[in-house]
Design a protein around this ligand. Structure first.
Ligand SMILES: O=C(O)CCC(=O)C(=O)O
Length: 283
């Protein structure tokens, strides 16, 4: 795995060295992902995990629960208001440096959501979250959206570590401008011989950043415990993502010189558990 552990200096300066930054950019370009070890406070992770597991009951009680591809993976937003907003989650300085280096100055946060892998679920079909910008490109474009995942529990193959297909973000032979994002078996077979997929292993406190085009799949959670994981996106301002509903009272929290937010400012008690919808669901 492409893993970066930060030095004490980087920690105290809240600043990556040029060498670490270059490694992160190179990992994202070459393979489509990079893991930053131990960059979120565990006390923040535990607060978010507790609330997320409480909220899960409400989401699963919905007759229209927002399952992704199958009933083993549910879309779940973290609480989008204080006291659940943490700088090392939403405005992580290391993540912001990397996304500025990859995407250009001051990208926008365009999604604050998550995926919970439920005990006993099936695997998802392999998919990218967004296609190449145009079909049949001769050369891949630079990255235009980064997905930032933060697991709220330790993750490995037992509890549904996401399956990654490194390098596939540059495969311009697959695009889904029409139809579903599911990658067909003929494409998977070609990659399997060239560069087989693997399941990510992450500890609480780690962050994984990935190019949104990289193929991946949510995997079965074979344990008794749900596996919650936050998902955010960073993208340049020209990328038309949706808006994230954050509380008006928290506007100041999001003022940052190097990261904007595509926000819809709402009242703090606005319902955040009933707005996602199921995606390409096969029951
Ligand atoms: O939950 C995961 O591990 C990945 C989920 C995913 O890729 C999706 O729902 O699009």
């Amino acid at each position: 795995m492409n893993t970066l552990s930060l030095s004490e200096h980087e920690w105290s300066d809240k600043q990556l060295t040029p060498q670490t930054l270059e490694s992160a950019v190179r990992f994202l370009w070459d393979d489509g992902y990079v893991v930053l070890k131990n960059v979120v406070s565990l006390s923040h992770i535990d607060i978010l995990k507790k609330r997320t597991l409480e909220d899960l009951e409400t989401i699963l009680a919905r007759p229209d629960a927002p399952f992704n591809f199958n009933t083993g993976n549910v879309q779940q937003d973290p609480p989008p208001f204080a006291p659940f907003l943490f700088e090392d989650v939403l405005l992580n300085p290391f993540v912001i440096q990397i996304s500025n280096a990859v995407l250009g100055p001051r990208p926008l946060l365009g999604m604050y959501s998550g995926n919970t892998a439920l005990p006993g679920g099936n695997r998802q079909p392999v998919h990218p979250d967004t296609s190449q910008l145009w079909p049949d490109l001769q050369h891949p474009t630079p990255a235009f959206v980064l997905v930032i995942n933060i697991p709220l529990v330790d993750v490995d193959a037992r509890n549904g570590g996401t399956e990654f297909w490194p390098g596939t973000h540059h495969d311009t032979s697959f695009s889904f401008h029409q139809g579903a994002p599911r990658v067909e078996e003929k494409h998977l077979a070609q990659w399997r011989t060239k560069r087989p997929p693997f399941q990510v292993e992450l500890s609480r406190g780690d962050i994984v950043m990935r190019d949104i085009r990289m193929w991946h799949a949510g995997m079965p959670n074979q344990t008794e415990e749900p596996r919650p994981m936050i998902a955010m996106t960073h993208a340049p301002a020209w990328w038309a993502s949706g808006e994230v509903a954050f509380a008006r009272q928290d506007q100041e929290f999001f003022c940052h010189p190097d990261l904007g937010v595509r926000a819809r400012w709402v009242e703090a008690n606005t319902d955040y558990l009933h707005h996602n919808v199921a995606y390409d669901l096969q029951r």
